[in-house]
Write a protein that binds this ligand. Sequence first.
Ligand SMILES: Nc1ncnc2c1ncn2[C@@H]1O[C@H](COP(=O)(O)OP(=O)(O)OP(=O)(O)O)[C@@H](O)[C@H]1O
Length: 235
Amino acid sequence: MNDNLMIETRGLAKTFTLHQQNGARLPVLDGIDLAVARGECVALTGPSGTGKSTLLRCLYGNYLASAGEVRVRGADGWVVLGRAAPRDVLLLRRDTLGYVSQFLRVIPRVPTLDIVAAPLRERGVAEDEARERAALLLRALSLPERLWRLPPATFSGGEQQRVNIARGLVAEHPVLLLDEPTASLDAANAERVAQLIDVARGRGAAIAGIFHDVAIRDRVATRCFSLTLTPEVAT
Ligand SMILES: Nc1ncnc2c1ncn2[C@@H]1O[C@H](COP(=O)(O)OP(=O)(O)OP(=O)(O)O)[C@@H](O)[C@H]1O
């Protein structure tokens, strides 16, 4: 097996069962074999509704596979997400799997700097160092320093997205899952995020992401993984 592989899916399928719709079944992913190695940034591509976000959520363990499996290389070896104990999935998320969703989940009254530093503190990094590293990232993302002491609830969409990215990148997880990390950003800020993605790849992170903006995708992705509509959805 390739020593550099960090994520692997084998025959992954995901079908949603819609309980509110008389149990209607919606097949979204089928037979997905995806492998992402250290230093790669794989862009998930395909038309709307082909399951790009669903695939990312399966890789994070938010959605369980209907068939096949998702494996992630944790600190102590491979973990099969569907079979792992909840505690092991939490440890994997703390130490290995970073996820940057499109929108920041705002925690009332917590200042921006603490929101960004939290993943480091959860891993036992001392308060001062955690804040220093958080500040470095916020500076790299050009978030004005006057905002760092404020909770981000009232920030603009682009400011909130940069806080979210800083929080997702700060712990330098070996695997990064990025769901449209530049969707709300102007070109200059999108380029700053692209530079941070390059830095993460440079330290050996394995990255899978959704980048609707073709220019950004071409800028950051080392290759594309294309999804197509499953036959049942296409008809
Ligand atoms: N939790 C869910 N329950 C039921 N159906 C879902 C759920 N999540 C996603 N779907 C369905 O799965 C399909 C794929 O959705 P998904 O968001 O993964 O697509 P996508 O390729 O990321 O789309 P887009 O490019 O438009 O964001 C859609 O038809 C969606 O309605």
